[in-house]
Write a protein that binds this ligand. Sequence first.
Ligand SMILES: [Zn+2]
Length: 634
Amino acid sequence: MEKIAKMVPADVGFVKAAYEGPDIAIYVSNIPLLYTDESVIRNISATVKKKLIVRSDSAKLMAADKAIEIIKTIIPPDAGVSNVNFVSEFGEVYIEALKPGLVIGKSGSTLKSIVVQTNWVPKVLRTPTMNSDVIKGVRQMLVKESAFRKKFLTSVGKKINQPIGKSEWIKATALGGFKEVGRSSMLLETNHSKIIIDCGISPEPSIKGSDAVTDDENKAFPYLDSANVTMNDIDAIILTHAHMDHIGFVPYLFKYGYEGPVYCTPPTRDLAALLLYDYIKLVQRSGGTPLYDEKDVKKMLMHMITRDYGEVTNVTDEIKLTLHNAGHILGSSQLHLHIGEGLYNIVYTGDMKYGFTKLLDMADTKFPRIDALFIESTYGGNNNITARRQDEELELMDSIKRTIQGGGKVLIPVISTGRAQEMMLVLESYLTANSNYKLDVPVYLDGMILEASAIHTAYPEYLKLNLERRILNNRSPFESEIFEIAKGERSSIMDKGPAIILASGGMLNGGVSVEYFKEMAPDPKNKLIFVGYNSTSSMGRRVQNGASEVVLPDENGKLVPIAIKMQIETIDGFSGHSDRRQFLNYIENLKPSPKKIFTMHGEESRCEELARALGGRLHVEGRAPMNLDTIRLK
Ligand SMILES: [Zn+2]
């Protein structure tokens, strides 16, 4: 802090510097001067090796009512500003706009004018092109709770910057999701740090009383109790992406006293809010008791610190985290952890796709250093080889076409974040632009798909370039006229003619897909197409394996047998996970090569087969640890 005070030029008027999470905020009395020479900040930042945030001393902030008038004259009207919030705790003004580029201006010129004329520092947020209650809610909460956020970030910053001794050892403990899919969690420890990576619950809430699901509570949650850590011991939680099997247990930790930070990308935060609130509703509706309630989810959101891909962040004094694209769903990350000064480097892939999708670029393969690689294995088995994506698309469309022409309906159950959007992009491109497939049928969207898609439109820079361009140019495929919102009109959709239905609840374990399934299953003209992973104990897996009848509760909760006469198909090529070939390509292209490989997030045989294959390819140790194993890395 002393170094910083000395480096700020006298006429800028250094007031104070304070920790703010992993960053440092400096407050000055003459902020416009700092904007005339940006090298000052760059130099300080390079010297202290931290991200610097510059703020105006609160006494110098222009009154909000005056500042808003000035801001209105500076920002061009085409920017589509939808919301402006002054957050005095941080000396920041949050400007939400449809076209953030116009609020920023050429090389930041418009932003600069706002600072120079008002002393407020603008933070520009993109308004989603589709209405999103989740994004509205999260952003409002962050403004409303800014006093708490400031206190929280200061205390996190103090803790991170506490110098600690040199660590001698590093170990990783498998708490969940090893040799299985679900409840992913790993504890990473050194002499001085304890980090939890992901903390999920087993795949999806199951339907009470249905005969497919072994409601085994012992397999639902990570083995945190075995790890011998109290909530206060944990320095940080890091989340790879917003799927329940990676995030579903985090609010529970807050319920039982965790008060530290949760690191993830901004889209992961927003998708997590959507999923966790929905999970609570779903469990309540099915008559169960959720693990935690809304206030625990809110507490978690208030403790989140978001980072974009490529930003290097200290999560403790000795551990630096960098998030890299994982290609799995919006905002999904591979974690690169650098421990100590050159002591050890870990890459943890989370769920990962190293192959073509319409939605996202494929996973990054360039890292500064890698000693140990932890890699998912969902489709890592020797036989998990999918056909070419192009062929899979044609197979899907031909299959849909046959059913539609035969007078039936097609149900595609999808996990609402990720697979749903990928399927929307495939359907949109064929149904609107390929004359062979202009079927002229509605595509109904039901469940959380719409809200999840809306969140995608707030983060186009996380999507593939051509998709980003379409969203920015107001031609978002998610808003194509082929899509119709099905909210609450299930029976009228059932009474109408042929249609394609995308319904959330990919494994038929809950969500609206089950309701459609119950009504459509008895008619042999209809078809169900699985495009994602079904866990071994899910209803989806049973149906996929050819069950001729399943038992499900009717609208009064009474269990009734459902005869399955509809056609059942599986098309694997749309998965957000790598297949065997893609894993091998990933490991060949991974720079540098890891010295050890550990597999996780896959059925037992697949974890073992992938560990053997990848280790063999690189002539290094390849291992499939099981839950509760502890591995000494250093
Ligand atoms: Zn996932």
